[in-house]
Design a protein around this ligand. Structure first.
Ligand SMILES: [Fe+2]
Length: 286
């Protein structure tokens, strides 16, 4: 087992350093600024997949050789991308009413699914960070190393997940790690791992725009936060997730779920499909 694979198994995440260099990052940051006219469109918080897959400058970022090679090491040759591509702009997590603002596991909506207990379950979020993570401005994530693990699997399933939730709460308090990622790094983390956006702080105070909503923080200027996200997984673990997303899309009306209504490759832009085929990449199907 390689050390990358070992770290992913043990800690539930890996950082791949320097996937993009400074020039590429500067270029894509100004491209996003220009393309989405952020000057006049300062409320834009998400760019959804339907727009991303039409623009090779944007979508090709997800499929950099170094990323594909890392995914091959972590998930084996047979891995897939979930096409839930998104670009977040100055987005800093969830509402403050929660027990710990912003902290969550990405797998939460899937509930106490049995497939989370599989020994070789491999499903992760991949984030491409276009800025350093800093104490002043945030820009990356905090997470709980090892927090993806599920113990005592022989117990009734409800109890197993009750214990996991309890463990998540303790981890958030006692095992909260600020990840020092740099601009151009990517982080791949297990969907069961508790994490949160690192929040900007000035004079040691969190910047919160209003008390109940910390989703979006403006005014960070050149330190604006841009992150590309999508899910990646071992091919055997995509069908359960895609079924779940498809059901969720019927209840939750958000452009985020468009990907679970569109069939790959039929409903996709030809340029995107050609790129995917040329690079021998697999996209999860419904
Ligand atoms: Fe998340």
């Amino acid at each position: 087992m390689t050390s990358l694979e070992e770290q992913y198994k043990k800690k539930g995440y890996v950082i791949i350093k320097n996937v993009f260099d400074g020039n590429e990052i500067d270029k894509i940051r100004s491209y996003i600024h220009k393309t989405f006219d952020l000057q006049n469109n300062s409320n834009l918080r998400m760019v959804y997949g339907s727009e991303i897959i039409k623009d090779q400058m944007l979508f090709s970022f997800f499929f950099r050789k170094k990323i594909l090679n890392s995914l091959r090491i972590l998930f084996g040759d047979d891995f897939e991308y979930i096409p839930d591509f998104i670009i977040q702009i100055n987005s800093f997590g969830q509402k403050e009413k929660k027990y710990k603002p912003g902290w969550h596991v990405d797998s939460a909506s899937e509930g106490s699914a049995k497939y989370f207990l599989k020994k070789d379950y491999k499903f992760a979020k991949m984030g491409i960070y276009l800025q350093d993570n800093s104490k002043e401005y945030g820009g990356g994530i905090n997470l709980t190393p090892g927090g993806h693990r599920i113990y005592l699997k022989f117990l009734p399933i409800r109890i197993v997940f009750f214990i996991k939730k309890l463990k998540d709460k303790l981890n958030i308090i006692f095992n909260n790690h600020f990840i020092k990622s740099k601009s151009g790094d990517i982080i791949i983390f297990d969907s069961r791992l508790p994490h949160a956006s690192s929040l900007p702080k000035i004079d040691n105070q969190f910047i919160v725009q209003n008390k109940t909503e910390i989703n979006k923080i403006d005014g960070l200027g050149n330190n604006s936060k841009f992150v590309f996200y999508c899910n990646v997984c071992s091919s055997k673990d995509s069908p359960d997730f895609m079924k779940h997303s498809s059901k969720r899309s019927l209840k939750e009306k958000s452009p985020f779920f468009d990907y679970s209504k569109q069939k790959y490759p039929d409903d996709y832009d030809k340029g995107f499909v050609k790129f995917i085929e040329d690079n021998k990449i697999k996209i999860a199907k419904i």
